[in-house]
Design a protein around this ligand. Sequence first.
Ligand SMILES: O=C(CO)[C@H](O)[C@H](O)COP(=O)(O)O
Length: 233
Amino acid sequence: MANDNQNLEKLAVAKAAIKFVKNNDVVGLGTGSTATIAIKELAKLMVNGLKIIGVPSSEATKELAASLGIPLLELGKVNSIDISIDGADEFTENFELIKGGGGALFREKIVASLSKNRIIITDSSKKVNNLGAFKVPIEVLPTAYQYVVDQLEKLEGSVTLRYKDDKIFITDNLNYIVDVDFGLIDYPEKLGVALNQIDGILAHGIFIKLTTTILMAKDGNVITYSKKQIEEN
Ligand SMILES: O=C(CO)[C@H](O)[C@H](O)COP(=O)(O)O
């Protein structure tokens, strides 16, 4: 559960992120509590005349954006997104992320892949030296479940099937999520490649080379990590 300070940090980075959005942009809309704040802030700008079209990364985000009057395009029908704004569960200064805490990782990955400018917004609790304290969410086709679990165990992952309200959590794509503890991950890119090779995995939550800017709030400041520079605003 986020504390008040985390909520203030999320608002600060959400406000900083929406400054990157230009009139008439197609905007990839992330999923989760931080992305939700950014979407609400974008809707406020639209009342003052900003025109955007949103591309939601989950059914929950689609519902939220529609309720705020944001015009939407379906993810499956776009071939380019100007800018996306999304949260993360962990990130390193090398722009490696773990995402999928909310279970929307597959569509989030497609949104990021389609985006020219990919902005990640986080509070300060998400920055780590090595990924892996947060278990890696992996979306698995139910028919391949046991096979995938066996393959993940061969990679020395400790696998937990995700539940919500005492029922197996089902994604927007009607699949399962497993949360996998690989310990601290020395080579996230290598692990991502290994996961990509397992049939039955739709997507995993290791995001490499899918981020152009990370905005992290800390001690009342927004710290910007962009590919080559780190600066404080
Ligand atoms: O990847 C995600 C959802 O699948 C979220 O971006 C991630 O879980 C961070 O969420 P929050 O902003 O609520 O901490």
